[in-house]
Write a protein that binds this ligand. Sequence first.
Ligand code: UT7
Length: 312
Amino acid sequence: MANEEFSTYLDTSDEWIRSHTGIGFRHIAEPTTATSDLAVEAARKVLSKAGLPPEEVDLVLVATATGDFLGFPSVACIVQDRIGAKKAAAMDVGAGCTGFIYALETARCFVLSGGARNVLVIGAETLSRITNWQDRNTCVLFGDGAGAALVSADGSGTNRGIISSVLRADGSGAELLSRPEGGTRFPFTDRVVDPVATYLKMDGRQVYNFAVKVVSEGIVNIMETNHLCINDIAWIVPHQANVRIIEAAAKRSKLPIEKFFMNIEEYANTSAASIPIALSEMSEKGLLKSGDLVVTFGFGAGLTYGGNLIRW
Ligand code: UT7
């Protein structure tokens, strides 16, 4: 869906959206497609690429804020059944747009502890379902999508995989990005609810300021903790929310903007799916070489933030 479609019914323009966000397009799921449908497709692709039979998956993690159902069952259970991961545990990871980063670290800990050998980690969202299409402050920002990774125990000694992660939260900002109604705080049982209150609501300016701060400080923190400098890092893969956030964070941390991968123009903000979509696209384009060090960094509802250091 191109930016121009919004200007047919809202007071906005392609020029405004591009200059304030870097977004040109977003992909919108068919009305009959739910988050698990996108997640299943991503899961099948990654298993086929890795040549791993679904019976050998020990754990399915789905990072999402847009489950098929309210609260339960989890998207992960639906995926587990549909791909035939008969011996797997399954759970969703709810950390907003930082979800995939949280899920990768969860997978790493399961594998290191010996609790799992193969963990399927998926980021999947259908944000179009929870977007208020009449609110120009938010509807132009989001898109639908999914991406997946397989995190496996590897005895080969190549030291590839997730090396370390930094995960943080600041729940004092919980109200800055929320779906106010429909949960247990404001249930929609026994009363008529304004549908607008069930949609995503955001204080964009505050989230912007928070994001620039945590991204700029967080990436430097990951490098310092691991005794690395920017020359050691092949790519920084930030959450694809807004080009201006990424540019401001790069400037503030004095990191070269060329190291930051961006594909937000094509997909907009796909929340927990944005980093796996970016990694997948980079892999397909041959941008990632075996042994490359990659830093991911995300931020979002919660508020949450964090990043992973990965040896590709
Ligand atoms: O995954 C994390 C999710 N959240 C985010 O990434 C959001 C972070 N925040 C942002 O990216 C930016 O704050 C926005 C893109 C949401 C807004 O950009 P901004 O430069 O901070 O604009 P603003 O909020 O300061 O608003 C400036 C003006 C306002 O008009 P007035 O009050 O000055 O008359 C808005 O109503 O821009 C207006 N505006 C728009 N105008 C045309 C807001 N959205 C639009 C729009 N088209 N789509």
